[in-house]
Design a protein around this ligand. Structure first.
Ligand SMILES: [Zn+2]
Length: 260
């Protein structure tokens, strides 16, 4: 049994065949699907999907860094996230996805950092794991995480794209595991090269559907079923039995997200 720790199946890309996509995932052995939030434009779709598939689709709640940027309503968005998390009516398996994204522009860095730190504080207070998106700013992310060293921070570095040194540095900041997805199947990607140096106990699998489909489906709409393909690639790259990779990454995800 595989857990897809990061999938946006509530995205409108799946409006035409969502049920078939969930069925295909289950058929492929990908039986638990974790849904990260982006912003309020998709909260309804996210929560509806979680309600439609209890125990199968588990929701997160958080504000994505690219939804902060030039959004005039970023403070309202952050309040909404906090209200959802504090309301005791629904269990969220993590605060995500949150983080820093300097790929498009560094213009909004200060605002992104403020929003990220606010959600880190919430994670510590509410004792929840974080699901952290980091794009084109690994030194900055690590310097921020360093401020929380010894505080009991935990979570997933989603779509990990850092170096072996970044991996080691993040591990000193808290209890972190590293999300590995389709990019690991791309020839010469950094993650495919450093994977043999990452401990299996530190890895969780993810699709990031509808994005980042694995080889040989690269470029197509990604789906959770293909995490089974990713699992095979990871096993090959790490030179480990596929069953072991499946068992250990699932155990890692269960532990991090408190899934029974
Ligand atoms: Zn995502």
């Amino acid at each position: 049994m595989i857990i897809d720790t990061h999938t946006h199946l509530y995205d409108e890309a799946f409006d035409g065949d969502r049920r078939q996509v969930v069925d295909a995932a289950v058929e492929a052995g990908v039986e638990v699907l974790l849904l990260p939030a982006i912003d309020s434009s998709s909260h309804r779709a996210l929560l509806t999907m979680a309600d439609d598939y209890p125990g199968r689709c588990l929701p997160m709640m958080g504000l994505h860094p690219t939804s902060v940027n030039d959004n005039p309503h970023w403070q309202t968005e952050l309040e909404l996230v906090e209200n959802h998390l504090r309301r005791a009516t629904r269990r969220f398996c993590a605060i995500g996805e949150v983080g820093l994204d300097m790929h498009w522009s560094a213009e909004w860095a200060d605002r992104q950092i403020e929003v990220f730190r606010h959600q880190v504080a919430l994670a510590l207070e509410l004792d929840l794991p974080l699901v952290i998106h980091t794009r084109d700013c690994w030194p900055l992310m690590i310097s921020i995480l360093n401020d929380y060293r010894g505080c009991g921070l935990r979570g997933v570095m989603h779509a990990f794209s850092g170096t072996v040194e970044d991996y080691a540095a993040v591990k000193t900041c808290g209890d972190f595991v590293f999300g590995v997805g389709g990019v690991a199947t791309y020839k010469n990607s950094l993650i495919s090269r450093i994977l043999p140096q990452i401990a299996l106990e530190d890895i969780v699998l993810e699709s990031d559907a509808p994005y980042l489909a694995p080889t040989p489906m690269r470029g197509q709409r990604n789906q959770s079923a293909w995490v089974a393909t990713i699992c095979c690639h990871v096993a090959q790259i790490m030179n480990l039995p596929r069953e072991l990779v499946e068992r250990q990454t699932t155990a890692n995800a269960r532990r991090m997200f408190a899934i029974e």
